[in-house]
Design a protein around this ligand. Sequence first.
Ligand code: ADP
Ligand code: 5GP
Length: 216
Amino acid sequence: MADTAPADTIARRGFMLVLSSPSGAGKSTLTRALLKPGSGLELSISVTTRARRHSEIEDVHYRFIDQKRFDRMRDAGELLEWAEVHGNCYATPREPVEAALAAGRDVLFDIDWQGTRQLAEKMADDLARVFILPPSMAELRARLDRRAEDPPEVIARRLAAARDEIAHWDEYDYVLVNDDLQRSLEAVQAIIAAERLKRARQPGLPAFVDGLLSEP
Ligand code: ADP
Ligand code: 5GP
């Protein structure tokens, strides 16, 4: 997506774009589409104690670690947020996110409401929260079945948890119903474009405006 002129020419701080939804609503699909080259976005790679799915690649989708290592990272303060989801532990390593924001790069997070809440407590000014709803519970179930990545008992557990996740929709800045994928993608791209132009994210603006006003 093309940036507008100020974002291209003026130094700015990166921001954190969080996508949350019940499992199966389409976060990963949207994330993949958003991360196309030239997007200016990078993905926060979480650590998790969950077993790797067949389609997943170490260090691309997650860093898969054991519980002992997870506990050590948490106790050493290396995690920006962490949560237990569907019986496994997930967390965001702190250092890559802080480095990206300081360098003016935007970071995309696929995390749940518990993690989003922790980011809002610690770094509210750097955060834009998007919640993705399925068009219906029947379609959510159909998408989980179609994805065919999890055994039936895992799908049943995720469907039961979907209602709890959806209950947190009103803790988010933006909410969209992922019916048509292309329309959802364009909606999130519009959010990104607007968030990049926020005045507070452009510390180079005063100098730019001073320069403008000093021109004859
Ligand atoms: P999540 O990451 O939220 O668990 P996924 O992105 O894995 O969900 O999507 C679950 C399934 O639904 C996938 O098979 C995906 O291709 C499909 N899907 C995602 N968005 C849509 C959409 N708008 N319409 C139809 N199917 C979709
Ligand atoms: P999955 O097992 O399907 O990859 O993810 C299950 C849930 O864990 C999803 O709701 C996903 O958003 C969430 N999740 C993934 N990584 C993190 C993380 O680092 N922190 C938190 N809080 N949730 C995460």
